[in-house]
Design a protein around this ligand. Structure first.
Ligand code: SF4
Ligand code: SF4
Length: 371
């Protein structure tokens, strides 16, 4: 079980495609209020991590600082939580997902001290990124983030990048790859989540997207010089080579709620950070019995069964895909037990493409998929 700490839903940026329901996006966040709430929640976060650690039989457990924007939290407050866990001898692997605009020296020192792996959202080259990822006053952010990534490198803090693929960068993925490869920065990608902000960007064309992703795979797999990892490709290869285990990423799981749980500063628990604040999806509070909550966190149990009989019936990749992310389905269709049709076409194309590559190049045993 991986734990996500939703530090705040507030953010210092105003990305045009943002899906967070965090109030007035034009208003600068009140950092005093945010930090007061976080300070009050420290005992909850500590208890949450204790529970996850014992739920995982005291084996190495992953805790992710998430938001909104988690770097709105003062480093000394975050440190209090990490130090409490460190003091108990818990083996925690810390991660943070940030927009990368507020990586002060103090914060970088904290990441270094606790070996925090940093995930930074950057949407490719400067002209891609600055079109959508802007400050509250509309200023660009690429140069600042690039400078901060350089600082992380100088301080030997491990990090990777998360690229959101939009209509704006989909045709230049190869250039983005070359840029990140030259910088020796591994990355992951997401196609733009469906949001209700549609007047601010054009929707991704599924055909264009899947073609571009297959091309990116070819470029990456045939690049003998680069050492960077493109996480979704590695995950798919792993899933195809070992289909019993499946593809090791949340949105390819049969039931992601078995592996993820999120907490907010009120101590309320949710299946993952996307659901935070949605009262219908609240699992309970950290003051309640965690074991019972983790077990009742089976909110998506029936989804795969329902989809196998209905919308995903006869899909050749069902045993790998399971209908995609339940949150995406909920946002797109208003119901969890529906498939995430935004990814359907692209997933089938990419799986077929990588499967064919493995068939041609991999000499070991590969379970047959009939396309
Ligand atoms: S709801 Fe979606 S984003 Fe959240 S854990 Fe599940 S698959 Fe991942
Ligand atoms: S690709 Fe589409 S039809 Fe196939 S399992 Fe995934 S969501 Fe269902």
């Amino acid at each position: 079980m991986t734990g996500l700490i939703s530090c705040t839903l507030e953010c210092n940026l105003k990305c045009k495609y943002c899906f967070e329901k965090n109030g007035d996006k034009d208003k600068c966040p009140d950092t005093n209020e945010i930090n007061d709430k976080f300070r009050g929640a420290i005992p909850y976060f500590d208890k949450f991590i204790d529970n996850i650690y014992s739920y995982n039989d005291e084996s190495k457990s992953v805790i992710i600082w998430h938001g909104g924007e988690p770097t709105l939290i003062k480093p000394d407050l975050m440190e209090q939580v990490m130090e409490m866990q460190h003091g108990k001898g818990h083996d925690i692997s810390w991660r943070i997902q940030t927009n990368g605009t507020m990586l002060t020296d103090e914060r970088i020192a904290l990441f270094k001290k606790y070996n925090v792996f940093v995930g930074i959202s950057i949407d490719g080259l400067k002209h891609h990124h600055d079109k959508y990822r802007i400050t509250k006053s509309g200023n660009p952010t690429f140069d600042l983030i690039k400078k901060n990534m350089d600082k992380l490198k100088q301080n030997n803090v491990q990090f990777s990048v998360l690229v959101t693929i939009t209509d704006n960068n989909v045709n230049e993925l190869n250039d983005i790859y070359r840029f990140l490869s030259a910088e020796n920065i591994s990355f992951s990608y997401n196609a733009l989540y469906p949001t209700d902000n549609k007047e601010k960007y054009a929707e991704l064309n599924a055909e264009e997207y899947s073609l571009a992703i297959c091309e990116l795979f070819d470029l990456w797999i045939n690049d003998q010089l680069s050492k960077i990892v493109i996480a979704p490709f590695e995950h798919i290869i792993e899933g195809l080579l070992c289909q019993e285990r499946g593809i090791p990423a949340c949105n390819w799981q049969k039931n992601c709620s078995e592996s993820f749980i999120a907490i907010d500063p009120l101590g309320d628990l949710y299946p993952c950070e996307h659901w935070v604040g949605d009262i219908q999806m609240r699992l309970g509070n950290i003051q309640d019995d965690f074991g019972t909550m983790a077990k009742v966190n089976n909110i998506f149990d029936d989804r795969a069964i329902i989809l196998a009989k209905k919308e995903c019936e006869n899909c050749e990749i069902f045993e790998l895909c399971y209908g995609g992310c339940p949150w995406n389905s909920y946002i797109l269709n208003g119901r969890i037990n529906t498939k995430d049709n935004s990814i359907c076409y692209g997933r089938k194309r990419l799986i077929k493409h990588i499967y064919q590559y493995l068939k041609d190049n991999y000499k070991g045993k590969l379970k047959e998929i009939i396309f």
